[in-house]
Design a protein around this ligand. Structure first.
Ligand code: SF4
Length: 614
């Protein structure tokens, strides 16, 4: 048996109330590594032609071979399914320690299907598994549910995945929360859990995770922790986490402001890292993470106290500058509300910014908003509308369906809806960065920064770069960044502290006992990217879906260092063609048979052929 894996997948069918186990396929560890890779394969095999909120949509919660070990930030787990928001392939990774605890409970992954007749939660107790009644928790906030479960079970050391009212009400961008604010935020995983009437999953475990070469493993672990502790940038990461990026993005003119109309926010300092340090009480880390990028912030108003882990950059930008909100207190309150209601802060902020612009343009009136003055900068309006979305009240009922439904109802909003593939874009304006625009547009889950982040290099290179150089960097990112989600570790040490990426191949070799190199792992990550692309092609995705939002081709950047910049259609067409060619996809964006065979995906090629796609 290979080290790093527990070699068991927990199988739960909520319709039949059946609990079982299965072994992962023999070659999975090598071919699909774990985490996102296992999930993509499992979803492919279980059938993708499903109603995302129906019983047949599989949810696959998967750790990686490095999850739960003494490796910097090895607490990651990825949840994979078909998204109710985009109706295509979806995954969302979650930090904290749930993934590590799941391994210690004896499982690499959970394959969850079916729909329960009544609200339930799953208790995984060191290998013993039960489906328990959750009637008394239904309707509670996600954070409150975690707190109550810990109290009722009588163990503060358990780890919990929970949903809030938004997940129960099938809000299409509902999230899953863990460890008081570590979220699987994007693509609506909370709605899928809600559709299954599953309020929470609780895990506790005490088992050892096997390691093939303990001495080598300890040597690499010791060196990598030491190099992180000696890194000159560790201090600022521990103090501010990703919130320091607000100042960076604002200075460069890429901070989404008032629904991406502008790219610099005059109050950026008020929602940035320095301001946050004034209300921060302590750091917080995911499992085994020396970076401790989580910040606990506390604000007091009269008799009430709001405690939140965060906000991190994406949240502060989307609930802050994108909505014209100029004070950190409101951003913190909105962050806390989103976490407890169980909605994704990025999609929520993006949508509220869109509504605010529509309101200021007269497309929406007070009649539509239920009397709310939905103007940029109105913090009370932001908090109220978030609640209405999560509870599906008034206009919130339509917004809860996501950006496509909103622009279907109010077509005049289409030109300034910032999204790709039906997923609301996260927090970078890409008018001056064709590479980052390509990264968002070709991301397999929609406009999310998780797959590739090339904006810094792109801004530095500007016109000095060829389309090929730009596309190559996007592709490299799209392979290496998801590789971390396969291995089960956080990528921030590699990105922010320049930890050598080859170390992760060394860790894989020492842990599993299977000799590998970064090149080989990246090839498997490429295969997984092609698999998720194939799923999306079969779900109807084509070239037209690989384009950035309309606004970025039409409205030049109005002020700041990038004034006058915008994307050009011809240039983008050429970049997309180059990207497809380098990937071995045809001009429609479909992986060719040759590419799929090169990557060992014969059955995928056959299915695409049978369906007439190649
Ligand atoms: S860097 Fe931040 S997100 Fe990543 S594991 Fe550490 S605390 Fe978690």
């Amino acid at each position: 048996m290979m080290g790093g894996y527990m070699n068991r997948i927990l199988r739960i069918d909520l319709s039949k109330e059946k609990i079982g186990e299965e072994k992962p396929e023999k070659d999975w560890s090598i071919k699909y590594i774990g985490g996102r890779g296992w999930g993509a394969r499992k979803v492919w095999e279980s059938g993708i032609d499903v109603d995302p909120l129906g019983p047949d949509n599989l949810m696959f919660f998967a750790s990686g071979p490095l999850t739960g070990l003494l490796i910097p930030s090895a607490g990651k787990m990825t949840i994979v399914s078909i998204s109710p928001a985009t109706r295509i392939y979806a995954d969302s990774s979650v930090g904290g320690a749930f993934g590590a605890e799941l391994k210690q409970a004896g499982y690499d992954a959970i394959a969850l299907s079916g729909v329960s007749k009544k609200p339930v939660y799953i208790m995984i107790d060191d290998g013993d598994v039960e489906i328990r009644d959750a009637e008394e928790y239904w309707g509670m906030g996600a954070l409150a549910t975690e707190e109550r479960l810990k109290k009722d079970i009588g163990d503060n050391g358990i780890h919990v995945l929970s949903i809030g009212p938004a997940g129960e009400k099938l809000v299409k961008f509902a999230c899953i929360t863990s460890d008081y604010g570590r979220n699987a935020g994007r693509t609506g995983m909370g709605a899928i859990m809600g559709s299954k009437k599953l309020k929470a999953i609780v895990v506790r475990g005490f088992k050892d995770i096997p390691v093939a070469d303990v001495d080598k493993f300890l040597e690499i672990a010791y060196d990598s922790f030491n190099s992180i502790y000696e890194n000159e940038f560790l201090d600022i990461w521990q103090r501010q986490g990703t919130l320091q990026v607000i100042a960076w993005a604002n200075e460069r003119g890429v901070l989404p402001t008032r629904n991406f109309q502008e790219t610099m926010f005059e109050h950026a300092e008020e929602i940035g890292g320095d301001k946050m340090e004034e209300v921060k009480t302590t750091d917080r880390a995911c499992f085994a993470c020396p970076m401790t990028c989580g910040n606990y912030c506390v604000i007091k108003e009269g008799n009430t106290k709001v405690v939140v882990e965060g906000p991190e950059y994406e949240t502060a930008a989307m609930l802050g500058s994108a909505c014209g909100i100029k004070d950190l207190k409101t951003v913190i309150k909105a962050n806390n509300l989103c976490d407890d209601l169980g909605i994704d802060t990025i999609s929520s902020g993006n949508l509220v910014g869109l509504l605010m612009e529509a309101y200021e343009k007269g497309i929406l009136t007070k009649e539509d908003t239920g009397g709310i003055e939905l103007k940029f900068g109105n913090g009370e309006a932001l908090l109220k509308i978030l609640e209405m979305i999560a509870k599906r009240e008034g206009i919130g009922d339509i917004v809860a369906e996501g950006v496509r439904a909103v622009t279907e109802k109010w077509r005049e909003m289409k030109p300034f809806a910032i999204q790709a593939k039906g997923l609301e874009q996260s927090a970078y304006d890409t008018r001056a960065s064709p590479g980052m625009a390509l990264a968002y547009a070709t991301c397999d889950v929609g406009a999310h920064h998780s797959r590739a982040w090339v904006i810094s290099k792109d801004l530095e290179m500007q016109n000095k770069w060829t389309a090929e150089e730009r596309a190559k960097l996007v592709i490299y990112h799209q392979h290496i960044r998801p590789l971390f989600d396969c291995l089960g570790v956080c990528r921030l040490e590699w990105i922010e502290l320049s930890v050598d990426e080859n170390i992760y191949a060394d860790f894989y070799t020492a842990v599993t006992g299977v000799k590998t190199t970064l090149k080989k792992l990246l090839e498997r990550s490429e295969a997984i990217y092609n698999l998720t692309r194939a799923i999306n092609i079969l779900k109807g995705i084509s070239r037209k879906d690989d384009y950035p939002p309309e606004r970025f081709f039409c409205d030049p950047v109005p002020t700041g260092p990038l004034k006058g910049k915008l994307l050009h259609r011809e240039e983008y067409d050429n970049l997309l063609d180059t990207y497809y060619r380098l990937r071995g996809w045809d001009s429609r964006g479909v992986p060719t048979e040759r590419t799929l065979l090169r990557l060992g995906l014969k059955d995928v090629a056959l299915k695409l052929k049978k369906s007439g796609k190649i």
